[in-house]
Design a protein around this ligand. Structure first.
Ligand code: PGA
Length: 252
């Protein structure tokens, strides 16, 4: 049997969260400057918030121009109204888009509707990414389950944008923000693993000791859909950006 040769993700370790965010923001700014019509894949969650703050600052102080940029977010809860304080649509508006001059930003539509409509919208989301020229750089966080986007364990490398069921661990981790687990949706709409792997560059960010175990399992373990983040090892331009806490269990 022939072994699959994996080049492996490049791992960068920053001393602290701010340094990590500065490095990632500067990579994004570099892309936006060299390609004014760049396509960015964006993530929600606590991890990238510092990056968005720095990008907003660069827009304000240096005039970093997002007017030609298109963005696609990874996921949205379902059902979820875009105006809800819990929606990722609102999160992105508040954290980033209210502060920069990007007008073409896309977040999957979480509004309640029939399955046929959802499937058609998911196909349209994929088509829109394709029509925009494909994602130049995709930002990712990582969940305790090893999810990327809301591709929970079991999501394979062929998955595309679709309605997914959230892992109980993911719902538990979101419970505080929702004021109790009973308020956390059971489902979401997420880009697929294949959608993510189509990106020309992938930047996975992880910070804090709480991510150290899943980061170690992802980087050291076998490539398996049981830990979807390991599927990134099939991509030749993936970068893991970690702070020292998230890198705690890595063998340097
Ligand atoms: P976090 O979420 O940035 O809030 O830790 C990451 C994720 O679940 O993908």
């Amino acid at each position: 049997m022939q072994a699959t040769v994996l080049s492996g993700p490049q791992v960068h370790i920053a001393a602290d969260y701010l340094t990590l965010c500065e490095q990632v923001a500067s990579r994004i700014a570099g892309i936006v400057r060299s390609k004014p019509n760049a396509v960015l894949g964006l993530a929600t969650g606590a991890t990238p918030v510092g990056v968005y703050r720095l990008l907003a600052e660069m827009h304000r102080s240096e005039g970093l121009d997002f007017s030609g940029v298109t963005t696609f977010n990874l996921d949205e809860y379902y059902p979820m109204s875009p105006d809800s304080p819990h929606s990722y649509h609102r999160f992105m508006d508040e954290q980033l888009f209210a502060h920069i001059n990007c007008r073409r930003w896309n977040v999957p539509d979480g509004r309640e509707r029939g399955m046929d409509e959802i499937e058609a919208d998911c196909r349209r989301y994929e088509q829109a990414i394709h029509d925009a020229g494909g994602i130049d750089l995709q930002i990712l966080g990582i969940g305790q389950t090893g999810h990327i986007g809301f591709n929970e364990p079991g999501s394979d490398a062929a998955t595309r944008t679709r309605l997914v069921t959230l892992d109980p661990v993911t719902r538990e981790n979101a419970a505080e923000g929702f004021g109790g687990i009973e308020h956390v949706p059971h489902r979401a709409i997420s880009m697929g693993v294949a959608t993510i792997l189509d990106s020309r560059e992938i930047v996975l960010m992880a910070t804090g000791r709480g991510k150290a175990d899943i980061v170690q399992r992802t980087l050291s373990g076998p490539v398996t859909s049981a830990v979807p983040a390991t599927l990134l090892k099939r991509h030749t331009n993936t970068h893991f950006w970690l702070d020292t806490d998230a890198a705690h269990f890595l063998d340097r």
